[in-house]
Design a binder for this molecule. Sequence first.
Ligand SMILES: [Zn+2]
Length: 242
Amino acid sequence: MKKILLYSGGMDSWLIDKIWKPDEKVYVNMHTRYSEQEMKKLKLRNENITILDFPLGQFEREDKIIPLRNLYLTMLICNYTGNEDVDICLGATAGDRVLDKSFNFVEKVNDLLNYLYSPQWWIPAGKKIRVNIDFKDKTKSDLLDMYLKAGGTLEEAFNKSFSCYEPDEEGHECWSCKPCFRKFVTFADKGFTFSEDVLKKVIPYISKEIIPQIKSGTYGRGISEESLILSVYEKYKDFDTV
Ligand SMILES: [Zn+2]
């Protein structure tokens, strides 16, 4: 079976690539509001990624949700791989709450796709498909541990992974958006040393945007993540300029 990772360009998919070792990484350019920035960053990093064009961005909602996204994408990869059997990793992780990255979805989509690709006149041998969410129970921190255990370094993971929603013109991370802050917390927890530049941006963001949510009980990602954020903030609070 050919292993294909649906690559989003974010930190999770960067780590899953190093751990799962797919035969091919596929980034689907859906022409969303962030596609151009993502494409720019992928090109800057010069990684070996196949880019497929599929303009689902036309159905993108204000909240960035594209309904049925992973149903379309798994179908797309089936067509892209022709008659070859394929194992498709959706790159879902513990933070994902959408239903098209759930175990239920995977079971149903595997059932449907394998049915449609069962042996018939146009494909006499049929095609086997396995859509997987093998990393669904892993947090960013778990993925980073797995990557380090496999011989990776914190420096490489920090410098080469990328999650930012609002990068600047040259593709630098803003360090004051949700994915940037979550990446920061994950690395802080592992004892990574940050530049002052990063700390001066991310600590005020945490203080202004995240801590009030934790204090009012609306952050909603569980007590262990919340206490980790608070302890990381405590460690670096001298950089809080608010
Ligand atoms: Zn950012």
